[in-house]
Each structure stands twice: as C-alpha cells, then as structure tokens.
Design a protein around this ligand. Structure first.
Ligand code: ATP
Length: 672
C-alpha cells in the first residue's frame, strides 16, 4: 500500500474508532436509562410490578455491552445518508440512530448489495476487529466484484471453544434463508460447512426481531442431534441478544419416558417406519367397547334409560368425525347427557346448562364413559404394544409382517412403565400415542438441524410441534448415518407435514478448504450420487496430510503434539470403540486433552467419538484409522448406501485449517 493510502486508512480507522466510542457510550446510556426506570411507579399491583421489574431486568441485560465483540461491523454510505450496521440498535440522547440492527430492513444492503445491484449504495465498508478493537476496514464501491479478506480472516480466525455467530459476514445465499418469510417452511440441503447451522440460528434471531410478539407467543425451538452439538452452539443466540430460545435434542423433547437402551437396527427401523402411526392409531382406538347393558340414571323418583346400542352409535359417530381420542371421551359424556336431557324435557321438566352438567357428572354416566371409551395413558398403551404379542398382532395385522412384529417386541415384557427398557424410538411411539389422545400444542417456529437422520415417526413428532407454525429444516443427505433415516427430502417433508416446503441448496463451503473438501467428495458417488460436490471459498495448500503409519499409537501422540503447537482447537476423531484406549494413551503420553463428553471448555484437544462428530468443527482434525470408522457402522442404510462411508464423510469434513489422516490399514477404496 502506498504511504499516503496507509495514512488515509489510519486516519479513517481513528475516525471510526471515535464513532465506536460514541456508540458504546450511547449504548451505556440506554442501559442506564432502563436501570433508572422505577417498576413500582409504573406497575400498580404487586404482580404487574414484579413482571415489569423482570422485563426491565431482561431489557437492561440485552443492552449490556460486550467489549470483546463488534458493536457495529459495517457502514452503508447512501448518496445522502450513512448508516452503521451492528448487533443491536443504538441511538443517542435525541433518539438519532447511531447503529442499526443487522436484522432491520435498512441493513439488508449490507448483505445483499452487489456490482449488479448496489441497492442505492455508493460505498459499503466492512470492519475488522481483533479482541473487540476495530483494526481494519475494507471498502467496496461496486465498480467491480471484490473479494473480502475480512470474510476469509473471520473464517480462519482460530476457534476457541464453542461456535460463534457470523452476523458480520452472512453471505447473500445465506441471507436469503435467514430473512425468508416467517410463514414459509424452508428445507435446506447443504454440504458440510456451508453454514446451515449458523444460518438456522441467525434465522431464529431474525424471526424474533421481525415477528417478536408472534414468535414469543408461539415459541421458537431449535432441535439438534446431540447434547454435545447443543453445547457447541449454545452461545450463538445469546451473542445475538436472544436468550429465551429453547434448544433441545429430540430425546430431550420427548420426556414422557426415560430413554435407557439403544434398539437393534431392525427394531429401530420398524419402530421408525410411518406404518407405526397406523399401528398406534388402531391400538388406541381398539379400546372403545360396546356397552353390554343400557345406561340407567336414577333421578328423583324417575329412572332414565339410554340403550346400549344408542351409546355405541354415539361413540361410532364421534370416532368417524376424527376427533382426538381424549376429546372424544369428553364429547361422549356430553352426548349421553344430552340424550338424557331430551328424555327429561319430553317428560315435561325444564332443563338448563346446569342440569346438563349435573347429569354429565353423575356416577352412572361417568361409569358408562369409562366403560365405552376408557381413559388411556399413552405410556401404558405403547408398553403393552411392545410387550403383548397378541395385542401387537391385532394392531399390526396387514401392516407389519411376522418378522417385523417380532423385532418390535421387547425380549422381556416390561413389569411397569418406570422399569421398562425404553429406547429413543419407543419414546417417539409414546409421543405419537400421546398425540392421538390429546393434540400436541404447536410452536411458532422450529429449526431442525441434521434433519437427514430422522425416521418417519420422528419427523411426525417434530411436525406436530410446528403444525400451525413454520419450520426451517436443515441437513445433508450425504451425512445421513442412521439406519432408519427417511433418505430423501420429499418423503421427509411429507412426514413432517410440510410437503410444500420451499427447497434450496447451499453448496458454497466456508469451513473446509478446497483441498480437503475435494478429497472427502470422492465419497459422494458412493454415498449420495445425486448430490453435486460442494465448492469451497478457501484454498489452503498443504491442509490435507495423509499419513500411512505402522505404529498408530506413537503417531497419534506425535500428531496431537504437532497440532497443539499450532493455533486453535484440535479434534482427535476415532471409531467410538477405540476412544477409551486413545484417552488412556494421551493420559500416558502427556498432551493435555479432554473427552468430548466434558465439553469444549476444558482443553484445546478434544477427543471425539466418530458418532458424536456431526455438526462440530475444529481448526485442526486428526482422524484415526478411517477403515475402523467405516467398519463400526452396522449394515446398509434404509436407502442401501453405506452408513460407514457416510460417517467417514462427516468426520473428514470437520476441519477448518488442517486435516491429518492416520491409517495403519488401507483406506476405503473410494478414497485411494
Ligand atoms: N458467512 C459466513 N461467515 C463466516 N463464517 C461462516 C459463514 N458461513 C459459515 N461460516 C462458518 O463455517 C463453519 C461451518 O458452518 P456450519 O457449522 O453452520 O455449517 P453446516 O452447514 O451446518 O456444516 P455441517 O453440515 O458440516 O454440520 C462455521 O464455523 C461457521 O461459523
């Protein structure tokens, strides 16, 4: 850079720093204003006072400045006005905006303006930060397409601990998804590292900004594949100022039974099959009974009688109307009460709502409802289905063959719901049964990550949680590793109840350098032949290091030491069964490390079982013995593709800067 330019830039940076100081001071004043508000004066009664105090506390918390993050990261120069784009809105004492929220419509040109369409901008400025200090700027005047060094620096900035937000560098194709219409369900097929998870989380923040009341009322939920994954992403939404969003695994969501065991693949596949919905429906409705005798209700000196066939007809009519089982029970009691009231009235007695309610609550009416339409506990229904071959055979007749029914039955029938050996797929069946009895409330929006792994029944469980809301469905068919996975987006969306979801593809990779993604993509023809190989925004010569070795243990320790000598996080990824031995080896050899189960905070070197690597990333990854990772997966997936190779694809695509592959055995043929 010529000396004059350097001076100009220094002067610009000094001016921008001054603006940053001014914005920070203004933000602090906004917070002080909130803290000075008197909840008791505004509230009135003690309850509203408490609510107000709580709300003010939250508001003040949201306005707390974090000096380690960028308060603004962009500047938009229109011909007439200049706007700074940042994490939150900041205004001065006169209400004049100093920084506008990245989610506001006015911020959109920061993410979308291009040479083809500058969106009214004369200049777009990006700011680079180092530890909260404004250190660089980058200008674009839209006369020619420009590459952003700040984007590349941001991606390559060494990882410490959990995932961080990408608010300063969201790319146009990602911005489309983040800001998509709230009523739309979107399905994103995205290659590894294309930003699906990041985009899903920023979309939540966007929806909470653009539709705050509606989303707050309905609720927003993020569903991720594992506890480690949730631990990894937990900081992103709070960093975007959103602290109230529930983040759960599917198992965490289905709390009716404790998950204790893992199913054999055959059982898991059958339990996850959509036919189970019909089996359960039949099992639930098989409880209706035709009464053997008429209902007789003594009242005063009279006895009112409703014949058994009439009650059976009422029940049948309700069932045909498609009511939920639980609601039907209630409705039946009303029908019976009504039938009795008609008789009473025709005998000349005047009745009103109170008579109706009194009759409905009489012991004979309740007893008749219990007999004809018994109350059901979904847990017990599913327990019986999985324990009682006769009951299962009746419900599954014509739907599941004998082998499938045998695979479903527990080896030892359960004694009670508490001691039963429930699996994850069983918990999903309980959830379906519960919904057949009482409708599951729907949320405003669900973000579903790693969706490719879900079974049809799991999709249904999630679908009912966004039945009247919308969803963002994220995943990668090539990374589907479960034997029960549905296998394609159209089927998955149908089971989710969103067949008309808009589908889109992300194939520009941000995490993985070209050299590594090209290598991993050699697996695609075997694991997902319909998918195009992804591209990468970065090239990093030397980032792929293949090491055939003879003494695997010695090489693992050496590779870990080498990686720790460089910057950033390190993931040592191996077949699950070999992880205990690797942990013992590292404890003996010395490199400081932590097992994944203990989280990301303990050490830079995280020993990660291959089955837990999904969704995670590390600056450097050391993969130990690919052949063992492939062999560890049982049988072919539902669509006939090797889940072992898919697992390997996941593992090989976790690295940001460096991938070292140690192998004493041959590599799988497709990689050679
Ligand atoms: N626009 C961006 N700016 C900066 N970093 C980005 C951007 N998009 C994605 N990244 C980074 O790339 C990495 C991969 O993103 P993310 O984990 O969301 O991808 P993914 O598609 O969910 O990957 P996978 O399918 O492998 O789990 C993350 O570190 C993320 O912060």
């Amino acid at each position: 850079m010529p000396a004059q330019d350097v001076e100009d830039t220094d002067a610009e940076i000094a001016a921008e720093r001054a603006y940053l100081r001014r914005s920070r001071t203004a933000l602090d004043r906004m917070r002080q204003n909130v803290l000075s508000l008197d909840a008791s004066a505004a509230g009135g009664d003690p309850v509203s006072e408490q609510v107000l105090r709580f709300e003010l506390g939250k508001r003040a918390e949201a306005l707390r400045d974090d000096p380690t993050t960028a308060l603004f990261f962009g500047r938009l120069d229109h011909h007439e006005e200049r706007l700074y784009v940042g994490r939150r809105h900041v205004h001065d004492d006169d209400g004049e905006p100093l920084v506008i929220d990245w989610r506001a419509p006015m911020s959109r040109p920061f993410y979308r303006a291009s040479t083809a369409d500058p969106m009214g901008l004369a200049l777009r400025r990006r700011f680079g930060y180092s530890s909260g200090e404004l250190t660089a700027l980058e200008d674009e005047d839209f006369t020619a397409p420009a590459e952003s060094r700040i984007l590349i620096d941001e991606i390559e900035r060494p990882r410490v601990g959990p995932m961080r937000d990408i608010v300063a560098t969201i790319q146009p194709e990602q911005d489309d998804i983040v800001r998509a219409d709230a009523d739309h369900t979107l399905c994103v097929q995205g290659a590894p590292g294309t930003g699906k998870t990041a985009v899903g989380l920023h979309r939540v923040a966007y929806l909470l900004y653009a539709h705050r009341e509606r989303m707050r009322r309905g609720g927003v939920l993020v569903i991720g594949p594992s506890a480690s994954f949730l631990d990894y992403i937990r900081g992103v939404l709070p960093a975007l100022g959103e602290i109230d969003v529930r983040q759960r695994t599917l198992e965490g969501l289905l709390e009716a039974v404790p998950v204790r065991v893992r199913d054999e693949p055959a059982a898991a596949r059958t339990k996850g099959d959509a036919r189970m919905a019909e089996v359960l429906r039949r099992a639930i409705w098989s409880h209706l009974r035709e009464p053997g005798e008429a209902l007789v209700l003594p009242r005063g000196t009279r006895r009112w009688r409703v014949p058994a066939y009439e009650i059976a007809e009422m029940a049948e009519e309700l069932r045909e109307r498609g009511v939920r089982y639980g609601a039907g029970r209630d409705l039946l009691s009303h029908r019976i009460a009504h039938a009795i009231l008609v008789r009473i009235e025709s005998a000349g007695e005047a009745c009103d709502d109170r008579t109706h309610e009194a009759v409905r609550r009489t012991r004979p009416v309740k007893a008749m409802v219990d007999l004809a339409w018994p109350a059901l506990d979904p847990v017990r229904v599913v327990m019986r289905l999985l324990s009682d071959a006769g009951f299962l055979a009746e419900a599954a007749d014509g739907l599941l063959d004998a082998a499938e029914q045998a695979a479903l039955l527990w080896a030892k029938p359960a004694k009670g719901p508490k001691s039963a050996r429930w699996s994850r797929a069983d918990a999903v069946l309980v959830d379906e049964a519960a919904d057949l009895i009482n409708r599951t409330p729907s949320l405003g929006h669900v973000v579903l990550d790693e969706a490719q792994d879900l079974s049809a029944m799991e999709c249904r469980a999630i679908g009912r949680r966004c039945e009247t809301g919308s969803a963002t469905v994220l995943g990668d068919i090539a990374q589907g590793t479960t034997p029960w996975a549905v296998g394609d987006w159209a089927t998955l969306l149908r089971h989710l109840g969103k067949p008309d979801a808009e589908r889109t593809v992300l194939d520009r990779g941000y995490r993985v350098p070209r050299q590594i993604i090209d290598f991993a993509s050699r697996l695609l023809p075997s694991i997902a032949p319909d998918l195009k190989p992804p591209t990468s925004v970065r090239s990093a010569p030397g980032s792929l290091d293949m090491r055939p070795v003879t003494d695997l243990d010695a090489e693992v320790a050496r590779a870990c030491r080498e990686a720790l000598a460089r910057e950033g996080s390190v993931g040592l990824i191996a077949a699950d069964a070999t992880v205990p031995a690797l942990l013992a080896l590292l404890s003996e050899e010395g490199p400081e490390h932590v097992p994944l189960a203990e989280g990301f905070a303990g050490s830079r070197l995280v020993v990660t079982p291959a089955t837990q690597a999904k969704g995670l990333e590390f600056d450097q990854v050391i993969v130990v013995e690919p052949a063992a990772i492939v062999d560890a997966e049982a049988g072919p997936a539902a669509d006939g593709r090797s889940p072992g190779l898919r697992r390997l694809y996941v593992v090989l695509t976790r690295a940001v800067s460096q991938l070292t592959v140690l192998h004493a055995r041959d590599l799988p043929a497709t990689l050679r």
